[in-house]
Design a protein around this ligand. Structure first.
Ligand code: S3P
Length: 433
C-alpha cells in the first residue's frame, strides 16, 4: 500500500554531527522473515527492518500460512510452517520489492499448489527471466508476463542443478538455494563476483548445512530449518546516506553503532576512505555469523578526492552508487562509475535519474550505458528532484542538497519508506543548520 505522494524541502547544512543507531538491515530482514516462516518453530527478531519492502515479505509469508506478530516492544515473532506452505487463493503482493518476488519464487516453485506473484508498477517492469531460467532448468513450471511479473507458479517437485549466474545477483542466488533446499540432490550456484552472502549465513543460522568455495555455494536438499532468535544489525545501505553526508563536511563527526559490517556489503567504507574520509571501525562482533560494529566517520579537512568504481566493486556497491554519484560533484576530482548496467533495472533506471537530477542541480555529468562520469569541483544549486518513486534516489539527492546553494525540493519523498521510513527525521537530527 502506498502512502500519499509527498514533497520534502531539504535546506543546506553547515555540518553533520551526531550518533545514530539505524533500523535493521533490509536484506537480512527479508531472509530472516522468509526462513523463519518456512522453518519449524517460533523465531523472534529485534531491530527488524521497518521498511515497506520487508513488510511485503512478511505479508506474503502470512498469506502462505506463517503466523507473524509484532510484540509491544517491536520484536517480530514468526511461527513457521515447517516446510509446507498453504497455497493462497489471492495473488501474493510483493509491492516494490524485487527481493521478495525473486526469493519467494524459489521457495514456492517446489511446493504443491498454484501461486501468483504480483508487484507495483516499478516491480512489474523489472526483469524476471533471470530467475525463470534456472528454476525451469530444475523442472519448475513458472510463467512470466513478457519477462516480468505477474508470475504464475504451478508448484512441482524439482531436481537439483549446478548453475552459473550470468549477472551477479544475490537475489537470483538465493532463489536457486531456496529451491535447491527442497530437492533430493545437491544444488550448486557459481558466481564470478561474490554477491552479498546473507542467505548463506542465515540458512546456516537456521540449521542448514552449506558448502562454500571462493566462487560457489552448494546446498543439499531435504534439510529442515529450525527457528532462531536474532537481533538484526543496522542497515549499511541506509547508513550510506549518513556516511556520505558526513564525508561532505570537513570536521564532521558521525557515529553509527550496531551497524551490519558483513564484508560482502562493506566496500563503501573503502571507497569513502579512498575519497579521503577518516573512518574507524570499533567494537566488531559476530552475531549469527553476521559482523556488527560501530563506525565513526569524519569528513576530510581538505575535501574529498576522486575515485573510480568499476568491475566487481560496482556490483558490490550497487545500492550505494546513487548516493556516491550524488556527492561526486563535491569531490575535487570526480567519480567515475562503470560496469553498473544493473542500475538501469533497479526500482528505477538509476543511471538516467541520477544524471537528470544532477543536471537539475546545475552539475555537469556524462551518462554511459553502464555508468556515469561525474566531474569534481562543481557547485550545485537547490532544485526540484524527481525521485521517480525510487527510495534510493530520494535519499541520495537529500544528501546532495546538504551542500547545495539554496533549498532542494524532493518529489516522491514518501518512497524513502520502502527501505528507511525514519530517514528524514534522522537527517534533521544530525544536519546542523
Ligand atoms: C539484494 C540484492 C541486490 C540489491 C538489492 C537487495 C538482496 O539486488 O540491489 O537491493 O537482498 O539480495 P540483485 O540481487 O538484483 O543484485
Amino acid at each position: 500500500m502506498h502512502s500519499a505522494i509527498e514533497e520534502r524541502i531539504i535546506k543546506p547544512a553547515r555540518n553533520v554531527i551526531g550518533a545514530l543507531r539505524l533500523p535493521g538491515d533490509k536484506s537480512i530482514s527479508h531472509r530472516y522473515g522468509m526462513l523463519a516462516a518456512f522453518a519449524e518453530g517460533t523465531s523472534r527478531f529485534t531491530n527488524f527492518s521497518t521498511g515497506a519492502d520487508c513488510a511485503s515479505t512478511l505479508k506474503c509469508m502470512q498469506a502462505l500460512g506463517a503466523t507473524v506478530n509484532k510484540l509491544s516492544d517491536g520484536t517480530i515473532e514468526v511461527t513457521g510452517m515447517g516446510g509446507r506452505v498453504t497455497p493462497s487463493a489471492e495473488a501474493l503482493d510483493c509491492g516494490n520489492s524485487g527481493s521478495t518476488m525473486r526469493m519467494i519464487s524459489g521457495l514456492l516453485a517446489p511446493q504443491a499448489g498454484t501461486f501468483t506473484l504480483i508487484g507495483d508498477e516499478s516491480l512489474s517492469r523489472r526483469p524476471m527471466e533471470r530467475i525463470r531460467k534456472p528454476l525451469a532448468e530444475m523442472g519448475a513450471r513458472l510463467a512470466l508476463t513478457e519477462g516480468h511479473a505477474p508470475i504464475v507458479i504451478e508448484g512441482t517437485p524439482l531436481q537439483s542443478i549446478d548453475f552459473s549466474t550470468p549477472v551477479p545477483s544475490a537475489q537470483v542466488k538465493t532463489c536457486i538455494l531456496l529451491a535447491g533446499l527442497q530437492t533430493q540432490g545437491k544444488t550448486t550456484v557459481h558466481e564470478s563476483v561474490r554477491t552479498r552472502d546473507h542467505s548463506e549465513l542465515a540458512l546456516r543460522a537456521f540449521g542448514a548445512e552449506l558448502e562454500r568455495t571462493l566462487g560457489s555455494v552448494s546446498i543439499q536438499g531435504q534439510q529442515t530449518l529450525h527457528a532462531i532468535n536474532a537481533a538484526v544489525p543496522g542497515d549499511l545501505s541506509s547508513a550510506a546516506f549518513f556516511l556520505c553526508a558526513a564525508a561532505l563536511f570537513p570536521n564532521s563527526g558521525l557515529v553509527l553503532d550496531w551497524l551490519g559490517l558483513n564484508p560482502t556489503r562493506a566496500a563503501l567504507l573503502d571507497v569513502l576512505t579512498a575519497l579521503g574520509a577518516h573512518i574507524s571501525v570499533l567494537n566488531l562482533e559476530e552475531k549469527n555469523a553476521e559482523l556488527v560494529g560501530t563506525v565513526q566517520v569524519t569528513g576530510p579537512t581538505g575535501g574529498m578526492r576522486s575515485t573510480a568504481i568499476t568491475g566487481a566493486l560496482a556490483a558490490q556497491l550497487i545500492d550505494e552508487l546513487p548516493v556516491l554519484a550524488a556527492i561526486a560533484p563535491y569531490t575535487s576530482g570526480g567519480i567515475r562509475i562503470r560496469d553498473a548496467k544493473e542500475l538501469r533495472v533497479k526500482e528505477s533506471d538509476r543511471i538516467a535519474l541520477v544524471a537528470k537530477n544532477l543536471r537539475a542541480m546545475g552539475a555537469e555529468v556524462e551518462e554511459f550505458e553502464d555508468g556515469l562520469d561525474v566531474p569534481g569541483g562543481q557547485t550545485l544549486h537547490g532544485a526540484t528532484i524527481d525521485s521517480g518513486g525510487d527510495h534510493r534516489i530520494a535519499m541520495a539527492f537529500s544528501v546532495a542538497a546538504l551542500r547545495a546553494e539554496g533549498e532542494t525540493l524532493i518529489q516522491g519523498a514518501e518512497s524513502a519508506a520502502i527501505s528507511f521510513p525514519e530517514f528524514f527525521d534522522l537527517l534533521d537530527q544530525v544536519a546542523e543548520r
